[in-house]
Design a binder for this molecule. Structure first.
Ligand code: ADE
Length: 254
């Protein structure tokens, strides 16, 4: 996948994209990340990328011309562009695993990072095909949001994670939160790993994990349960969990 990021601050991406899995994905040729600075497309002495809002009010607004020209240059370079142009902004639709999966199927993405008080509305109306927010809070710019989107999408690309299954077992991949994980030692400071995980009984372990996923989701994010397709076994497990819930006294069942 090719990702083009339109940003006034490309050096912000240095750390996150030059480490670990994202770095390896690029080295393996599975992901290529390019930057385009809209300041490149300013033609006055001060290289102005922002201006005061029409109608008054505080703050500055990113001008449309440099952003349009940046995206047009990228599209020219990757012709024929099949990917999506996405504006990162707190007004976008909320990013989630479902959206990450959808974007991972694209051949290329063009991400526009907004700054200052916002971007000229014509970018939203006539350039961006989608607008994405990573959460209900306001960041200083779209850069961190673009990093989050690239990270979540990149790890879903075939071959990026070492083990093909690991993305499938994630929280949210199946719509449920993940079950608890343990590794050696079997006892640490008196806290023991649940017996069933040491039993070697794969069926019991599978069932325990499924129960934990359901229980955790019910307790922490009950709204997610409405969206997932539950098997008959899941429904039975959920009934058992709900029957026992008063006995937990706030602690998750072991
Ligand atoms: N830019 C500023 N805040 C943002 C957010 N929450 N998501 C995406 N882009 C942003």
């Amino acid at each position: 996948m090719r990702v083009d990021i339109v940003t006034l601050f490309p050096s912000m991406f240095k750390g996150p994209f030059e480490e670990s899995i994202i770095k390896r994905a690029q080295e393996k040729g599975l992901l290529s990340i390019h930057f385009c600075n809209p300041r490149q497309f300013t033609y006055n002495r001060h290289h102005t990328v922002d201006d005061a809002p029409f109608g008054g009010g505080g703050g500055m607004v990113m001008k449309p011309e440099p952003i349009f020209e940046a995206v047009e240059k990228i599209k020219e370079e990757i012709k024929p562009s099949k990917g999506k142009v996405i504006l990162l902004s707190p007004q976008g639709t909320l990013f989630n695993q479902e959206k990450a999966k959808e974007l991972a199927k694209q051949e290329n993405l063009i991400l526009i990072c907004g700054h200052y008080e916002g971007v000229d509305e014509r970018v939203r109306e006539h350039l961006a095909e989608e607008e994405i927010s990573i959460g209900d809070y306001v960041l200083t710019g779209g850069e961190l949001a673009a990093m989050v989107v690239v990270d979540a999408v990149a790890r879903l690309l075939p071959g990026v994670l070492g083990c093909e299954n690991s993305a499938k077992e994630d929280s949210f991949y199946s719509g449920l939160l993940e079950y608890p994980q343990y590794t050696r030692p079997a006892e640490f400071r008196g806290w023991k790993v649940p017996e069933v995980l040491l039993s070697g009984n794969h069926e019991l372990i599978r069932k325990w994990r499924r129960r934990k996923m359901l229980e955790r989701t019910l307790r922490r994010r009950p709204e997610l349960l409405k969206k997932v397709k539950l098997s008959e076994e899941d429904k039975k497990l959920l009934r058992e969990i709900k029957d026992n819930i008063s006995e937990f006294e706030g602690k998750e069942d072991r």
